[in-house]
Design a protein around this ligand. Structure first.
Ligand SMILES: Nc1ncnc2c1ncn2[C@@H]1O[C@H](COP(=O)(O)OP(=O)(O)OP(=O)(O)O)[C@@H](O)[C@H]1O
Ligand SMILES: [Mg+2]
Length: 349
């Protein structure tokens, strides 16, 4: 449904997206995860046809976004980072206007506007001026606008940013409902969100893809080896020796000691399940086996591991730099440019 091939986008000397490739299947909910300045918004802008790529190509709903921009756009709903609203229009008028420029036939407009207000839960603000909406409601109107023409593909840039906790849960539920009928790409900084809503995730950092997988596979796969947590009531030296002797075990390290109870982290070769042997080694010696469980990396750990590991520079200043520059661009050129872009661009359709 969406295919991105060797996509590169440069802003002058800044390479925002660097040789990114991925595929999203029909009906999938696909998460974009990355720190500030990773290139999430830039990739989405290319996918929605708001900016041409410097290199590479993007195919959305069967149409190359460069060769067939109107066909691709017709099948795409886009919630930008800063939803472009007209402050002097009421929510209903604004959505009716968007329906018109998106080519929704006159007879269907009212029904579609009502349906999308219902879905994005903004019906209670239908007659409020857009300029007088709270940030959360502006976000919801942005979502209603993206859903208006019932597009096959939805591209949502931080759909839960600025929402209250109840609304975050409702929006996640809505996105889950949209999957299946729609193909959804969403970006987020919120790691649990990805685990809860997305079937697959791409983690990008400094414009490059560092991992693409399901949240479950990411959490189990990335260690490269399996690690078990074992708690035994026996002396630590004896236990360590016994565990190290098990075929397939590569490392045993003492994690904690409380009285006579010792806890170990036992690593084994990737793909090798040594739980039975671990249990047997302890129990046949008459020791107490108090706990045995696989240790998985949390999504947070994986994310930090993938996005801070390889660079020699201390991660904090680098992160701060990126977020500062991305924020400046979002507040400065990007927001207004987008607002100015949308109606102009669509008016041609
Ligand atoms: N219009 C622009 N002109 C110049 N550089 C830009 C522009 N827009 C983005 N950049 C730069 O491109 C890089 C990627 O920015 P992008 O907005 O795509 O990141 P992001 O992953 O969406 O970040 P965030 O999580 O903060 O929204 C950053 O280094 C940013 O400073
Ligand atoms: Mg962004």
């Amino acid at each position: 449904m969406i295919e991105v091939q060797h996509l590169t986008k440069r802003y002058g000397p800044v390479t925002a997206v660097d040789d990114v490739s991925f595929r999203v299947e029909r009906g999938e909910i696909f998460g974009f995860l990355g720190p500030n300045g990773a290139g999430k918004t830039t990739t989405m802008r290319v996918l929605t046809g708001y900016m041409p790529p410097t290199e590479g190509r993007a195919i959305v709903a069967g149409y190359d976004v460069l060769d067939h921009p109107i066909e691709a756009k017709r099948r795409t709903g886009y919630l930008p980072e800063t939803p472009p609203l007209y402050p002097e229009m009421t929510v209903r008028d604004y959505l009716t206007f968007v329906a018109k420029i998106k080519g929704v036939p006159r007879k269907e407009r009212r029904v579609r506007v009502d349906a999308s207000m219902e879905r994005a839960r903004v019906a209670d603000m239908a007659n409020r001026h857009c300029g007088k909406l709270s940030k959360g409601y502006r976000q919801r109107v942005g979502l209603a606008q993206a859903l208006l023409h019932n597009p096959e593909v939805l591209i949502l840039d931080e759909p839960t940013a600025g929402l209250d906790p109840k609304q975050i849960i409702e929006t996640r539920e809505l996105i889950k409902q949209l999957g299946g009928d729609h193909t959804v790409i969403l970006s987020t900084h919120i790691l649990p969100e990805v685990g809860q809503t997305c079937q697959r995730v791409v983690i990008i950092n400094k414009g490059r893809v560092v991992a693409v997988d399901s949240p479950e596979n990411l959490t189990s796969r990335l260690r490269g080896s399996e690690t078990m947590y074992v708690q035994v009531d026996a002396t630590s030296e004896d236990t360590k020796r016994a565990l190290e002797a098990i075929p397939g075990v590569t490392q045993v390290s003492l994690a904690d000691t409380r009285g006579t109870v010792n806890s170990f982290e036992v690593s084994s070769e990737a793909g090798r399940d040594v739980r039975r042997e671990l249990a047997a080694a302890v129990v046949t010696r008459g020791w107490g086996l108090l706990e045995l469980r696989p240790l998985r990396m949390s999504l947070e750990e994986i994310f930090l591991h993938l996005t801070t590991d390889e660079s020699a520079a201390p991660p904090e200043p680098a992160g701060a730099d990126l977020s500062a520059s991305a924020e400046a661009s979002a507040d400065g050129q990007v927001g207004p440019a987008e607002a100015a872009h949308e109606p102009g661009e669509n008016a041609h359709e």
